[in-house]
Design a protein around this ligand. Structure first.
Ligand code: NAD
Ligand code: DAU
Length: 351
């Protein structure tokens, strides 16, 4: 079996869906259930004997030691993190706590377990760390895309905390021999995406008749990847990735934020036209820029493509339409995530 941390979040829950659709190998999901963790994302597996949930913190070594001994996983995949850049600007402390200290404690727990295994068990074991392209910093318009050899130049507290965690993972391999793999992925989108992030925020604000906030001039570029493609990439890396290596994962989909927002509006105009017949794009509103806002991200995914034969299946057009449809078809999920804490966040960030 495998242990997944942070499996109640956006990417972790999509990963569990993909994993259990392809395999009967059980998954234990260890998640602290912060504001971003949502067990509804996994309600489908509530009575599935292949799925187990434990609420807990990756920094809790006692709990980790017990779970690892009891379940004897062949792999641990670490999704658990604080993940929102804007939140890291308002309050970086949690990001250091979970992304840096939490990863350290997790690595130490996993190292203790791994060292207790037989030699064949040690050889087969993998610790896969899920990270981000933001560790590489920002690109000028004509710079080549980020490759695995780009230097780390993180610019936000979030990116710096993820870069720190990547360094820890690397060091635990070089120093202790822990069989690690690291993936650095670009912006994901798809079902179960918490509406603090651009794409779900814009879909839900549009439907609610609220402004669609565009930071600065809206010309910042992100490389969008449909979340199921990311999940498939992680599975490929887990299966055949070379121990100690990092793999960049991206969608070959560089889009300016303004274009993304306009495309979402067009999908909504077609699928759920406004009552007054006007275009959703009328709700676009330029707001104050994010401090330290990275201008452009782009991933060179040639290593994972050449070594592991992975490439994205979804285009941005098909993936975005699926995503818009998913939000339209799941009002109960939306209703539940947009209450309570979420309202406070929106008030703090957008006034
Ligand atoms: P998310 O914020 O949606 O989910 C994070 C999950 O981790 C939540 O379920 C939360 O409850 C859990 N968690 C937080 N702190 C924890 C702790 N101390 N112990 C246990 N669980 C904890 O994040 P996401 O967007 O799904 O991202 C998952 C991972 O992928 C993160 O490491 C992130 O840095 C990375 N990543 C995200 C993207 C993206 O576009 N969202 C892109 C590349 C990489
Ligand atoms: O690149 C990978 C990263 O992608 C992940 O590591 C992060 O966990 C994930 O949150 C995401 O970071 P971004 O900051 O790129 O995503 P976000 O959805 O917050 O913003 C996307 C772009 O849209 C970014 O340029 C900021 C802009 N934006 C965002 C929001 C929330 C707006 O213009 N308006 C908004 O209201």
């Amino acid at each position: 079996m495998i242990i997944v941390t942070g499996g109640a979040g956006f990417i972790g829950s999509n990963f569990i869906h993909t994993w259990l659709s392809l395999s009967d190998e059980p998954v234990l999901n260890l998640d602290k259930l912060t504001y971003a963790g949502n067990l509804e994302n996994l309600s489908k597996f509530q009575s599935d004997s292949r799925y187990h949930f434990v609420r807990g913190d990756i920094g809790d070594r006692e709990l980790l030691a017990r779970l690892l001994q009891e379940h004897q996983p062949r792999a641990v995949i670490n999704f658990a993190a604080e993940s929102h850049v804007d939140r890291s600007i308002h309050g970086p402390g949690e990001f250091i706590e979970t992304n840096v200290n939490g990863t350290f404690h997790l690595l130490e727990s996993v190292r203790g377990f791994w060292q207790s295994l037989s030699v064949p068990g040690q050889t087969a074991f993998r610790f896969l760390h899920v990270s981000t392209d933001e560790v590489y910093g920002t690109l000028a318009p004509n710079d080549p895309a980020f490759s695995e050899t780009n230097p780390f130049e993180p610019n936000s507290p979030y990116a710096a905390s993820k870069a720190a965690s990547d360094h820890l993972v690397r060091a635990w391999h070089h120093t202790y021999g822990l069989p690690v793999l690291t993936t650095n992925c670009s912006n994901n989108y798809g079902p179960y995406h918490f509406p603090e992030k651009l794409i779900p925020l814009v879909i839900l604000n549009a439907l609610a008749g609220k402004p669609l906030p565009i930071y600065g001039d809206g010309q910042q570029i992100r490389d969008w990847l449909y979340v199921e493609d990311h999940a498939r990439a992680i599975i490929r890396v887990l299966q055949d990735g070379r121990v100690g290596e990092t793999y960049n994962i991206g969608g070959h989909n560089e889009k300016a934020n303004l274009e993304v927002v306009k495309t979402i509006c067009q999908h909504l105009d077609a699928l759920r036209p406004r009552a007054d017949g006007k275009p959703y794009a009328d709700q676009m509103t330029f707001v104050k820029d994010r401090p330290g806002h990275d201008r452009r991200y782009a991933i060179d995914a040639s290593k994972i493509s050449a070594e592991l034969g992975w490439s994205p299946e979804e285009t941005f057009e098909s993936g975005l339409e699926k995503t818009v449809r998913w939000y339209l078809q799941n009002p109960a999920w939306v209703q539940n995530v947009t209450s309570g804490d979420y309202r406070q966040w929106v008030e703090k960030q957008y006034g």
